[in-house]
Design a protein around this ligand. Structure first.
Ligand code: AMP
Length: 306
């Protein structure tokens, strides 16, 4: 398996200005796997769920080439549960509840045939679990890490340890400020480089994403959407599109990463169009190809003569 992903597989209850969704299937790894499945035929999903989780969603993942041998079901256990509420601007959000449930104390095991993976996506969950997965994969070409303020608040030391081992750190602007104490994104990125990652991707929601590597900076706008129903999982979708695209190319160059940021931005825009993973599940290749062309047209202009 060339791509291994780890992250939460969860139930989410979400409230946005458009309405509410109660206990829909979500979790960082669910969005990542669905997004990456547009690019890679096989991937390994490492996570943990309770007996309460619907079989149907697991079958959906499997039908898209997601191997679930590393997805453990705990007998009698309850799946990770997250409840969030969005502000009117659809950018700010408050976490109402985080129930770790089966995630607590779980030790991940990477199946033997995935230990040779070249692409590793350490999606949002306990940094101790992220580190444990990384330790089981001896020679990856690219390791991407995503995290969240929740883990900065309760596990900063373990988080810094795993950050020091990865190639790409992917976080949102608010989290970059929290992690580094710097207000501007170039300064925050420079501080993150010092912590280890060669590449820093900072997601800015509807304002796009910035990438920093070796003194180079790249910016991709987000697709301007007329209606945003639920931005939950947009960051994870971005991450899945980013690493899935690179794994498909087998290329970790700066040019490939620039394309991957645009791919991630475009896929993430679809996730915002419905609650949960629904829109990502129904997404057709022709739809995201069209949006790639539209985004490209929006940023192309003739060079300016002085
Ligand atoms: P995003 O909107 O991209 O930040 O991701 C939201 C997803 O992350 C939801 O589906 C949640 O189930 C999941 N999530 C929320 N809090 C956490 C957490 N502390 N650790 C791991 N996953 C989380």
């Amino acid at each position: 398996m060339s791509l291994v992903i780890v992250g939460t597989v969860a139930f989410d209850s979400i409230e946005t200005p458009s309405g509410k969704a109660d206990r829909v299937v979500g979790g960082a790894a669910s969005y990542i796997a669905l997004a990456a499945s547009h690019f890679v035929r096989e991937q390994e999903l490492i996570s943990v769920i309770g007996e309460d989780f619907p079989e149907e969603f697991l079958s959906t993942l499997e039908s898209r080439g997601v191997n679930t041998d590393g997805l453990v079901t705990i007998k009698g256990g309850k799946s990770f549960f997250w409840e969030g509420s969005y502000h009117e601007d659809l950018i700010g959000r408050d976490t109402v509840t985080t129930e770790l449930n089966v995630l607590e104390g779980w030790v991940p095991v990477v199946p033997e045939n995935s230990k040779s993976a070249k692409y590793v996506m350490l999606g949002n969950l306990d940094p101790v679990v992220q580190m444990s997965v990384l330790n089981q994969i001896p020679s990856p070409d690219l390791v991407v890490l995503d995290t969240m303020n929740f883990w900065m608040d309760i596990a900063m030391e373990s988080l810094k340890k795993v950050i020091s081992k990865v190639d790409v750190l992917m976080i949102n602007d608010e989290e970059a400020r929290q992690l580094t104490g710097f207000k501007t994104l170039p300064l925050a990125a420079a501080e993150i480089h010092k912590m280890g990652p060669k590449t820093v991707v900072i997601k800015k929601g509807e304002h796009g994403a910035m990438m920093f590597e070796d003194g180079n900076t790249f910016f991709s706008p987000a697709m301007p959407l007329e209606k945003v129903i639920d931005p939950t999982g947009a960051g994870d979708t971005f991450a899945g599109g980013f690493i899935g695209y690179l794994a498909r190319l087998g290329d970790v160059s700066w040019e490939a990463k620039k394309q991957a940021v645009v791919v991630g931005s475009v896929l993430a825009s679809f996730t915002c169009e419905d609650f949960g993973t629904e829109r990502l599940q129904s997404l057709q290749e022709s739809e995201w190809h069209t949006r790639m062309r539209e985004l490209r047209a929006m940023v192309k202009f003739r060079s300016i003569r002085g």
